[in-house]
Design a protein around this ligand. Structure first.
Ligand code: ZN
Length: 394
């Protein structure tokens, strides 16, 4: 069946007709007939479906994930990338999610890429959570890390997530550079994306030494110019997840301290910088780091770090605030749209399939009634969504 989008004002391009068949764009130009025709002349802009390159699947709650993926698709976010499964005591969260994902491969849901479990330092960040749930592979040796990466990819995960930093309690040993290198090398050899959680500038040199191609988050303390330049020069990409910094955080019970991780060695070292500063001050620092990284030629993509926590009820929606903050960090409005589409597709290694409106690509197409300006408010109410060739909202 052929579907025609007539008179589409393609964002950053010309007004044209877009012809779609079997979920793909098969023509951009001038067409008159199709099995189904949608008049797009009333929309101010037609653009590719947005990609959120950093969110978290909540394991053990299929109902929540289902609701979230539908909500994203309705908002115009047609692809999301899970960067590490949430807090769960399930022994096999990765297999469970992969099996579930097959059941929701339909245009009503955002397509979800996943790294499955974290590949973590043994007793380090994201190995064991404060309540004892094991959320990652705890790697004691570089060989463990290689095995974990291979196991996840063999299972069907599209990429790998690791972490450097201290746990919430402070004092845990950060992952060693040789393990990070083993993770990065194995992922790269298998042709998948690999990204590393980082919040502290002090760990930037280790990630660069390990050849980590992508940073998940931008450090939230001041990163010196020479480090940002080294990142950009090395072709490192980044999802700064700026909107996650000043988001509501779960309050600690009165008088409570951050819990140490079970099994962690404890000892010296304080909590990571993100627990110390005023969130607004921290956001400003992170925006400034991002601004300078961009000035040095670094590529950034949209990610939100959306996850469900009882007191942080993020909704699965268009990340308008992230778009605004990336603009504040120096991207022009069209560059912000690129960060939310083609750049994010590149980070997820799916730029051959999505991220632009081009012949041969998947027909993930959204449209807005109001012109897109530096407030990005037009995107907060996407009125038309075609996901994988099917119109799911009009
Ligand atoms: Zn995250």
């Amino acid at each position: 069946m052929k579907v025609l989008l007539k008179n589409a004002k393609i964002y950053g391009g010309d007004t044209a007709d877009i012809l779609v068949e079997d979920g793909k764009i098969i023509g951009i130009g001038s067409y008159d007939s199709a099995d189904e025709i949608h008049d797009m002349s009333g929309y101010a802009a037609v653009l590719p479906g947005v990609i959120d390159a950093h969110m978290h699947i909540v394991t053990g709650d299929i109902e929540y994930n289902d609701r979230a993926l539908r909500s994203w698709a309705q908002a115009g976010v047609t692809t999301v990338r899970d960067l590490g499964m949430g807090n769960d005591k399930n022994d096999h969260p990765t297999q469970e999610f992969l099996a579930y994902r097959e059941t929701i491969e339909n245009p009503e849901c955002a397509h979800c890429l996943t790294c499955g479990r974290f590949v973590a330092q043994y007793h380090g960040l994201n190995h064991v959570m404060s309540d004892g749930a094991e959320t990652g592979y705890g790697c004691q040796t570089p060989e463990d890390a290689v095995n974990a990466v291979n196991e996840l990819i063999d299972m069907g995960c599209e990429g790998i997530k690791t972490s450097i930093g201290r746990g919430m309690g402070g004092g845990q040993t950060p992952i060693e550079t040789e393990k990070l290198k083993a993770i990065a090398d194995t992922a790269k050899a298998r042709g998948v994306w690999v990204t590393c959680h980082i919040l502290d500038a002090e760990f930037v040199p280790a990630l660069l030494e390990a050849g980590m191609p992508e940073f998940a988050h931008m450090p939230t303390d001041h990163v010196p110019d020479e480090m940002l330049k080294a990142m950009a020069d090395a072709g490192v990409t980044c999802t700064p997840t700026l909107m996650s910094i000043n988001a509501p955080r779960p309050p600690l019970p009165k008088g409570a301290k951050m819990p140490p991780m079970p099994g962690g060695p404890g000892g010296p070292g304080g909590p990571p910088p993100m627990m110390m500063k005023d969130p607004q001050e921290q956001e400003d620092i992170c925006v400034d780091n991002t601004r300078r990284f961009i000035e040095f030629g670094g590529m950034v993509a949209v990610g939100t770090d959306t996850m469900r926590m009882e007191s942080q009820p993020h909704v699965a929606a268009m990340p308008v605030r992230e778009l605004q903050l990336l603009h504040k960090a120096g991207l022009t409005v069209p560059q912000v749209i690129d960060a939310a589409t083609i750049n994010a597709a590149k980070l997820c290694k799916i730029d051959g399939q999505v991220g632009t409106i081009e012949v041969g690509k998947q027909a993930n197409i959204i449209a807005v009634k109001d012109p897109i300006d530096e407030t990005f408010q037009a995107l907060s109410h996407v009125e038309f969504v075609m996901n994988r060739g099917a119109v799911i909202k009009e």
